[in-house]
Ligand binder design. Structure first.
Ligand code: IPE
Ligand code: IPE
Ligand code: MG
Length: 255
């Protein structure tokens, strides 16, 4: 199973337009798909789910749409956080929250505090997030931390200042809505992520669609720059499981 699935939830507006409804109706329906994904990831033992909800460029949308999205976020937090907590979900938000209204910022802080100890699934919502913003901020933090120290900088030095330093990099990226671009999502972290694009619109995306994405992921060979032959040799060289580890594996297979 992928350990971290990151999704660009796109196509809400088109879903609504197809039904002669206002775009915001699509956003409202999109919340259902979010619920379904949280449940599906818990059921599949996927420990990290990251959802792109609002990009730093989405402020360019009509004012009513932006304010509807903000209110939808507020309502979703009010309605869902207790349920998330009960289901062992650790909730986090990444992005520049400075331009959000204080009520929303407070709800986010409260939700993060309440669910901080949960271990089953880490659900991250990227809100007013941009990959370039994230990298720029990490560079500034790194420079501040390094001040006057000099010395050689490594990728790891920078990565630990990124907004999602608490999570492994995504194994599987999914974008719904048919567009094949990254739209300033997790730029640094997607370097070796498997990319999956589907024409399904976000409100139509469900557990079966997630399974199709995971099946595609399982058919990929993640070489990280090496050759297929090298990977096969490494696999063959891995010692067989013995003792407790083998027993645990048998148990898991039986279950
Ligand atoms: C994604 O759906 C939701 C947000 C960006 C907030 P869109 O609103 O982009 O839907 P389309 O792409 O116009 O159909
Ligand atoms: C990307 O969707 C951002 C989110 C889903 C939050 P957009 O619909 O804003 O992306 P573009 O503008 O088509 O690239
Ligand atoms: Mg879109």
């Amino acid at each position: 199973m992928p350990q971290h699935v990151a999704i660009i939830m796109d196509g809400n507006g088109r879903w609504a337009k197809k039904r002669f409804m206002p775009r915001i109706a699509g956003h409202k329906r999109g919340v259902e798909s979010v619920r379904a994904m949280v449940k599906a990831c818990i059921q599949r033992d996927i420990p990290y789910l990251t959802l792109f909800a609002f990009s730093s460029e989405n402020w360019r949308r009509p004012e009513e749409e932006v304010s509807f999205l903000m209110n939808l976020f507020i309502r979703a937090l009010e309605d869902e956080v207790v349920k998330l907590d009960r289901n062992g979900v650790c909730f986090r938000v990444v992005g520049d929250l400075t331009h959000f209204e204080p009520k929303l910022v407070e709800l986010i802080a409260r939700a993060e505090r309440l669910t901080a100890g949960n271990k089953r699934l880490t659900l991250t919502v990227a809100a007013n997030y941009g990959g370039r913003w994230d990298i720029m901020r990490a560079v500034q933090r790194l420079l501040a931390a390094q001040a006057g120290q000099g010395g050689e900088l490594t990728e790891a030095d920078l990565a630990k200042h990124l907004a999602m330093a608490y999570a492994p990099e995504p194994d599987l990226f999914i974008r719904t809505g048919g567009e094949q671009r990254v739209s300033n999502f997790l730029l640094w972290q997607l370097a070796y992520t498997e990319l999956y694009f589907t024409d399904l619109l976000w409100p139509d995306f469900n557990a079966a669609a997630l399974d199709a994405a995971i099946a595609s992921y399982h058919n990929r060979e993640r070489r990280f720059g090496r050759t297929s032959e090298q990977l096969r040799e490494e696999c063959a060289a891995q010692p067989p499981l013995t003792g407790a580890a083998a027993a645990l594996e048998d148990q898991q297979q039986d279950a």
